[in-house]
Design a protein around this ligand. Sequence first.
Ligand SMILES: Nc1ncnc2c1ncn2[C@@H]1O[C@H](COP(=O)(O)OP(=O)(O)OP(=O)(O)O)[C@@H](O)[C@H]1O
Ligand SMILES: [Mg+2]
Length: 359
Amino acid sequence: MSRNTSIQVTLKNISKHFGSVRVIDNLDIEFKAGTLTTLLGPSGCGKTTLLRLVSGLEPPTGGEIWFGEQDVSQFSATQRDVGMVFQSYALFPHMNVEKNVGYGLTVLKETKEKIRDAVSRVLETVNLEGFQKRYPDELSGGQQQRVAVARALVLEPKVLLFDEPLSNIDSKLRRSMRDDIRGLQQKTGITSIYVTHDQAEALSVSDEVVVMNDGAIEQQGTPRDLYQRPNSAFVANFIGDSNVVDAILVAEEEGSAIVLGETRIDLEKRKVENRPGKIKLSLRPEMFQLRETGDEKKHVMGTIAHSAYVGAVVEYFISTPVGELFTTAPVSEEQYAPGRKVFLHFHPDELIILPETRG
Ligand SMILES: Nc1ncnc2c1ncn2[C@@H]1O[C@H](COP(=O)(O)OP(=O)(O)OP(=O)(O)O)[C@@H](O)[C@H]1O
Ligand SMILES: [Mg+2]
């Protein structure tokens, strides 16, 4: 059921207020045709509200919603042709898989034969051929989830919406199911919007991620963009772990440098957009190598405050002149005890220089 008619979803100047509460205000966003975009952000930032606006379950206070070349702002949820998959799959317990998946087509009064064919085709897509007669309580969590996806897919929606579809599932199964969802989305090419709290899930399933904060967009980009080029401390902290510290950018004839506490880091050929003066840096925990030797002028010096063995890596909290830094080191390396003096070595290219904050 591959479609070559994927559509872009565009929200233009969208607002949603509940009484005096402005949940979303003048937001513009594009979900590119045929891609999976994740909405990521803290609880209450407006992710579910945004999905409900796209689905037509919630009317916007202002603004327009376009599916491809069509303004669907005035369309009801059924007219919009969207499929939704929720956190609780909401399968009907008294109906078998075939009836559950075919339910939407029954409502549309399609013929029995047509329904049977469509259901068996879509069950093949989600790798559940032969499960037609099973009841929900005879399925694993993962299989129930795929039935819920099949039920959305059978209506051949223009847009698929997922609201935290995996949050009730244990972490091992979640990993394989997120791959399933990703695979299905790529197989069908249906433009999809996916809400999650879980940043690892967001990075792994998405073509693009939208980081939301308080009803507004902080940044939209590919997972790699957001990790390597966060444009704010909020995004740096939300996507992966990060130490955000203050530093000074100096521009001299021989090249730019960053002054980080007692340490001066020459940027060599690296170009920097920021103006000289105060800047903020994001330091990823995995960018440092801890060494007993170093030069205080070139390497940040610190004292191990505490450490924790967490299996794959050792986590360290290190007191430094620029504040406490969180770092990780491979377990194969020597484990430093609290109180030890260490030098933090890193490559200047690994420093993420946050853009100047606007406004
Ligand atoms: N019907 C409503 N009436 C009043 N306020 C609402 C209504 N629905 C949502 N809100 C408020 O809008 C804000 C955003 O809610 P929303 O459910 O979109 O958040 P979310 O990002 O999905 O959060 P979570 O991650 O916890 O699911 C919240 O402050 C919520 O209290
Ligand atoms: Mg929500």
